[in-house]
Design a protein around this ligand. Structure first.
Ligand SMILES: [Zn+2]
Length: 400
C-alpha cells in the first residue's frame, strides 16, 4: 500500500469510527468505500497502536453464520485533551478523553481582561494543571490543548493577528502557549470552534451550508460551506463583527470605523449609555449595561433608540450575509440574556424583509444558547482532531 494511501486510509477509518461511535469492520468498508482487505489491515494497526479497541457487539452478532461479534470504537484511554475558552473575564476549560467523554470542567477568573501573550499562556497553564488535577491526572498526560480566542486567528500555525484579549498584535500565540505548557497547543478563533462543534455535535450536523453568529462582548462568525469550515486565505475570513455598516462610522476596538461590532457589542452600547437620563457613569460596566437595557425595555426614549439601532444594524448585517451566502440555517449562539434584544422578533422580522425575495422560504434562524463550557468543548473537539492527526503521524509509514 502506498504511503499516502495508507495515511488517507488510517485517517478516514479513524474519523468514521469516531463518527459512528461503535461500528463493525464490514460496515466501515461500506461507509468509507475502502476495501475490506485494507480495512482489516489498517484496523489491525490502529488496534495495535491503542487508538481503537474491540468491544462486544450490543446485539451479540450472528454467531451461527460465523460473523464476528465485535464492534470497533475509539479507545477513550488512548489520549487526553483539554479545551480552553478565553472570554473577557475568565477561562472555561474541559478535559476530554480520546472518545470525547468529559472527565472534568473548570472555570477560573483571569487577572485582567487583557493580558500579554506570556501572561495569558501562564494563566492557561495554571488552569490546565488544576483541570487535570481535578480528574486525578497531570498536565504531562494531556496530549494537546485547544484554545478558542476572539479575534483574527490563523488556525494552522496558531498566529493571532489581533485579539481583544491580548495586549500585542501579530503574536505566534500557539508557539508561546506550547512552550509554556510543554504540550502541543492549537489555537483558533472562538466562533470557528463553535461552528465546528455545531457541525460535529450540534444543530449543523444535518446541514452542509450554515452560519454561526456568536454574540458576546464582540460579534463573531463561523461559516460552514459544503460541510467544511471556511477560514479565508489568511485565516481572517468571516469576520462579521468587522464588516462595515456605516461610512466613517463609530470607532471599533479593532481600530477601524463603522464596524458592526461598534454598534452592537456591549462596549459600543456602554459608550452611549451615558446620555440616558439617570445613568450612573461610576457603576460597573455590567450594571450600566443592565440599567441601559432595562431603561430601553421600559420605553425610555434615549435608551430605546440606542438598543433599537443595535438591533437594526444587526438585522442589516445578517440580511447581507444571507444575500451573499444563501445558507440553509443561521445559528445565533450566545449565552447571556443581555443580548436578548438582538434575538427579538422585530430584529428577525427585519432580516426577513431585507433579504433577496425568492419563491422559497428564507433560511431558518435559530437561537442556540451556549454556556462557556460548550465553547470549551468546541476547543477540545479541535484538539481531539489535531491530536488524532499527531497520533496517526506517530504510527509512521510502515505496517505494524
Ligand atoms: Zn472592527
Amino acid at each position: 500500500m502506498a504511503v499516502l494511501q495508507r495515511e488517507y486510509g488510517r485517517r478516514a477509518l479513524l474519523q468514521q469510527i469516531r463518527l459512528s461511535g461503535r461500528i463493525p469492520r464490514i460496515e466501515l468498508a461500506d461507509k468509507t468505500g475502502i476495501s475490506r482487505a485494507t480495512v482489516t489491515t489498517i484496523t489491525a494497526e490502529l488496534l495495535q497502536s491503542g487508538l481503537i479497541e474491540e468491544v462486544p457487539r450490543a446485539d451479540g452478532g450472528d454467531a451461527r453464520r460465523g460473523r464476528p461479534r465485535v464492534d470497533l470504537k475509539i479507545r477513550g484511554a488512548a489520549r487526553l485533551v483539554a479545551g480552553v475558552k478565553i472570554s473577557q473575564h475568565r477561562l472555561s476549560l474541559v478535559l476530554l478523553d480520546f472518545e470525547g467523554s468529559q472527565l472534568a470542567t473548570l472555570e477560573t477568573d483571569l487577572p485582567a481582561p487583557v493580558l500579554s501573550p506570556q501572561q495569558m499562556a501562564e494563566a492557561i497553564r495554571t488552569a490546565v494543571a488544576r483541570l487535570a488535577e481535578t480528574a486525578g491526572r497531570s498536565v504531562e498526560e494531556v496530549s494537546g490543548v485547544g484554545v478558542g480566542i476572539a479575534g483574527l486567528v490563523e488556525a494552522g500555525d496558531g498566529f493571532v493577528h489581533w485579539s481583544p484579549s491580548l495586549t500585542d498584535r501579530n503574536v505566534q500565540f500557539g508557539a508561546v502557549l506550547a512552550a509554556e505548557l510543554g504540550r502541543p497547543a492549537f489555537v483558533d478563533n472562538d466562533a470557528n470552534l463553535v461552528a465546528e462543534a455545531e457541525r460535529l455535535f450540534g444543530l449543523g450536523q444535518s446541514q452542509s451550508d450554515f452560519i454561526v453568529i456568536t454574540i458576546e462582548s464582540g460579534v463573531g462568525m463561523g461559516l460552514v460551506l459544503g460541510g467544511e469550515l471556511y477560514r479565508g486565505s489568511r485565516g481572517c475570513g468571516a469576520e462579521f463583527g468587522h464588516t462595515k455598516v456605516h461610512l466613517d462610522g463609530a470607532l471599533c476596538r479593532c481600530g477601524q470605523r463603522g464596524c458592526l461590532e461598534a454598534y452592537v457589542a456591549d462596549y459600543a452600547l456602554l459608550r452611549e449609555a451615558a446620555i440616558v437620563p439617570g445613568a450612573d457613569p461610576t457603576a460597573e460596566p455590567a450594571k450600566r449595561l443592565e440599567a441601559l437595557l432595562k431603561a430601553a425595555r421600559s420605553g425610555e426614549p434615549a435608551a430605546k433608540s440606542i438598543v433599537d439601532r443595535a438591533g437594526r444594524m444587526f438585522a442589516m448585517g445578517l440580511a447581507n450575509l444571507v444575500n451573499i451566502f444563501d445558507p440553509a440555517l443561521i445559528i445565533l449562539a450566545g449565552e447571556q440574556m443581555q443580548f436578548d434584544h438582538l434575538y427579538a422578533d422585530t430584529v428577525l422580522g427585519a432580516i426577513r424583509t431585507s433579504i433577496v425575495q425568492v419563491d422559497k422560504p428564507p433560511p431558518e434562524v435559530v437561537i442556540h444558547k451556549w454556556g462557556d463550557l460548550m465553547w470549551a468543548r468546541g476547543a477540545a473537539a479541535y484538539a481531539l482532531d489535531q491530536v488524532s492527526d499527531l497520533a496517526l503521524a506517530e504510527m509512521g509509514d510502515h505496517a505494524a
